[in-house]
Structure formats: C-alpha cells, structure tokens
Design a protein around this ligand. Structure first.
Ligand code: ADP
Length: 456
C-alpha cells in the first residue's frame, strides 16, 4: 500500500463524513423550519378557534341587536382569519362545518327577527364543530411535538455515531502513522551510520511503498558508493602494480647494460631495447588512458573531425600490432572499395588500438585475432574478435564502467580498467555505439558502429 493511496482513501472517507454531516444539518434545519411554521399555524388556529367560541357564547347570551350585529361581524372576520391557518383536510372539514352552522344561525336570527337565545341548539352544534376544529389542531400540535422529539433523537444518535467514527478514525490514523513512519527511523539511522563511516549500513526496505523506494534508493546509492570506493582502491592497487611491472622490467634491462660490465652482443642488446620499448609503450598507454579518463570525466574530450578511408586506419593498426606477439595470428577483412567516414581519426585509432591490445592481452595462450571493417548503409562497423579467455555473462554489463576489471580466471593480466570506458566515451562522442558478445573460455567479439557522417 502506498502513502498516496492511503491518504486518498482517508480523504475520501473524511469528505463523505463531512458531506453527510452537512447534508443532515441542512435537512434538519429545513425540517425544523417547516415544523415551526406548521406549529405556528396550529397555535394560531387554536387561538382563533377559542376566540370564536368565546365570542359565540357571548353572542348566544346577548339581546342587544347592535351588539349582536357587532359580534356577527367579529365572528365572521375571525372565521376568515382561521381559514388562513388551515393546513389539513381534517381542519378544513371541521372549520367548514362550524362556519356553515354559524352563518345559518346569523341568517335565522335576521330572517326570523329573533334573539340567539332561541337558537340555542344550533349554536351548540356550531360550538361543537368549533371544538373539534380546535381539537384537530391540538392533536396536530401534539403529533408535531412527537415527530420533533423523534427526529431529535435520530440526529443525536447520528451525531454520536459520526463523533465515534471520527474519534476511531483519528485514533486509527495515529496508530497507522506510528507504524507507517517506523521504517523512516530505520532509514535515518542507516544514513547517520553511513555518514559516520559505516559503509555496510543499509536501510530496511519495509513499510509503505514510498518509504521502501527511498530505502532502496539509499541502499543502491550506498552500494554504488561502496563499489566506487572499492574500485578506487583497486584502481590505486592496479596503478601501483602496473607501474611496478614495467619499471621492474626496465630496471632489469638497464642492469644488463651496466656501464661497469662489458656490453652484451648486439642481438641481446636489441632484445633488451625491444623490452624497454614495449614497457615504455605500455607506460605511455597507461598514462594516456588516465589522462583521457580525466578529460572525459571533466567534459574536455575534444574531437577534430575529417573524412578518412577507414581501411587505412585498420591497416595502420594492423601494422602496429602485427609483430607485438609471436603467438597471435592477426588478420584483417576490409572491403575492396574505400570506406569513407567523417571522424576524429586519432581517437578512432585509439579505440581500435585499445580493442586490439585487449584482444591480445586477454588471449594469453595466443590464437587468431580478426579485425573486420564493413560499410552498412550510413554506418561503418569495425569488429575485433579473439579466441581468448572470454567474459562471464554477469561481468559483461560492467566492463565499460571505469576501474572495472573482471577476475580473469586467476591470471595476472595488467590493466587499470579504464580502456573500455574511454573507448565507449569516444564512440559515443561520434554518435555511435559499441556492442560486445563473449563466451567464457571461447573468446570475445567487440563491434563498434559509427555513422559515416557524424557531426562535431
Ligand atoms: P583493463 O584491460 O585495463 O583491465 P579495460 O577497460 O580495457 O581495462 O577492460 C575492462 C575489463 O574488460 C577487463 O579487465 C577485462 O576483464 C574485460 N575485457 C576487455 N576486453 C576483453 C577481451 N577481449 N577478452 C576478455 N575480457 C576482456
């Protein structure tokens, strides 16, 4: 589970909770508004109904015709008012009946010219309808009261439920945060230990996806730094070792030419000078590689492009290495027509020399070495293959890394692990690529592809 996902789920839950609370508050306040206006109508109906009852009773006892007329007018107005507050069919019915009876009483009094005391029975009927109108309103008010109490109970329960969910949610989130962030302390401790010099300190890759990722990235970085350190130490050892070998050879050679001793025969001298020359070449190449690596890493590799026939470059290289080893059989395979390419001829020769030098170095028992040149569309391909010790599959992805050397099956083959790094950078600076095919114990084939018209 990732942080982002968990936080999204929590946000959605909180939003749903907040929305439902807001909706229930709005619904409740609407309901209360409606209830209040219904209740007001009921109260008003009861008040007006009772007022009509009182007026009707007073009317029934009165004998003054002017007062009677005034009562009739008041009662009719009050009936009109009562009608405004009618909200149900029951109320409408009872008010309608009372109104009809009251109007009949008024009508009879006028038409027969009698006093209301003579209409006692009809007035009693009208009063009874008026009472039922008041009762209907009272029971409605009672009903509303019950409904409000019920809704209040429901809202209370809802509020308690929402609060409980919120408290539980906050508690769960706090507990979850405690668990979720625990690996962070592991990462912090690992970083502290690493900074304090413990190169083996690694962060635990546990917990949330993001934390696992951070831990993995830290571990990879720590691994890379540890490897780099190892490589640098190995590099220093190799440089020291590689310097000691040629210097030892030079020392031995010059010891033979000691001025206090007679000079050896000419063939021997030539042999010694040959050894000295080869050791100087070796030292030269090593120092060149170191300088090139420095230039590449600091971004100062300058190329000067010109058009050449790549066949000449291959032939020159072949001539250079033809006599280097008596146990290797060098051969070339080049097209019969010129292979035109725009490149830095010096740097491309360096690539080829490096590959050939490696082919010889890493086939210590000797054997065939082939340099093949091919033109393929708008690219040229230079291939160097040997039948030497080969490279283990797990080492292949790393051979172009600086200071990276394989184990060479226990053989002591000199080198500092910079040649192929420099080669790849030069090829890439020509917008080309280098590929390797190798089988342990069977040999290796490097293929370099560069465009015929690489732009500076
Ligand atoms: P170096 O030769 O100085 O060690 P390179 O960068 O030239 O450094 O090569 C890196 C590694 O690649 C070598 O240490 C060797 O293990 C492997 N390698 C390169 N060329 C060959 C080859 N032709 N055959 C076998 N292994 C090779």
């Amino acid at each position: 589970m990732s942080f982002r996902r968990t936080l999204s789920i929590i946000s959605v839950l909180l939003t749903v909770l907040a929305l439902s609370s807001a909706v229930s508050v709005v619904l409740r306040s609407n309901y209360l508004d409606q209830t209040v206006s219904l209740l007001r109508a009921n109260v008003e109906s009861v008040r007006v109904g009772q007022q009509i009852e009182i007026d009707l009773l007073a009317y029934a006892r009165s004998s003054d015709r002017v007062v009677l007329t005034l009562f009739e007018s008041d009662i009719l107005q009050e009936l009109e008012m009562a009608r405004q507050y009618v909200t149900t069919e029951g109320e409408n019915q009872s008010l309608g009946d009372a109104e009809r009876l009251i109007k009949e009483v008024f009508q009879m009094r006028r038409s027969r010219n009698i006093l209301p005391t003579e209409l006692g029975r009809d007035i009693e009927n009208a009063l009874s309808d008026l009472r039922s109108f008041v009762n209907v309103n009272l029971s409605q008010a009672h009903q509303i009261e019950n409904d409000v109490a019920r809704v209040n109970r429901m809202v209370e329960q809802l509020a308690i439920g929402v609060s409980a969910v919120l408290v539980l949610g906050v508690f769960t989130v706090l507990v979850w945060l405690g668990f979720a962030f625990r690996p962070l302390f592991g990462i912090r401790d690992a970083m502290k230990a690493f900074a304090a010099g413990d190169r083996n300190a690694r962060a635990p890759e546990t917990g949330m996806q993001e934390l696992r990722l951070i831990a993995r990235q830290f571990n990879e970085m720590a691994e890379a730094l540890a490897r780099q350190r190892e490589n640098q130490l190995a590099f220093l050892t190799s440089v020291a070792h590689d310097l000691r070998n040629p210097i030892g050879a030079l020392k031995m050679s010059t010891a033979i030419l000691d001025p206090s001793k007679p000079l050896p025969h000419e063939p021997r001298i030539r042999e010694i000078l040959g050894v000295v020359g080869r050791q100087i070449d070796h030292l030269n190449r090593m120092i060149g590689d170191l300088f090139d690596a420095y230039r590449i890493e600091s971004g100062n590799l300058e190329l000067s492009f010109r058009e050449i026939d790549a066949r000449e470059m291959v032939r020159d290289c072949y001539e250079l290495f033809r006599h280097v080893s008596g146990t290797h059989q060098l051969s070339t395979h080049v097209p019969p027509v010129p292979v035109r390419v725009r490149c830095d001829a010096g740097r491309m020769s360096q690539v080829l020399n490096n590959l050939l030098n490696n082919a010889i170095k890493y086939s210590p028992k000797g054997g065939p070495i082939l340099i093949r040149l091919d033109a393929r569309g708008d690219q040229i391909m230079i291939e160097v293959s040997d039948k030497g010790i080969g490279i283990a599959p797990e080492d292949i992805p790393h051979i172009f890394e600086p200071f990276r050397r394989t184990r060479h099956g226990g053989r002591e083959i000199p080198g500092v692990g910079l040649g192929l790094h420099v080669v790849r950078r030069i090829v890439e600076a020509h917008h080309g690529r280098i590929e390797v095919e190798s089988r342990l114990g069977e040999g290796t084939k490097f293929k370099v592809w560069i465009p015929t018209n690489s732009v500076n």
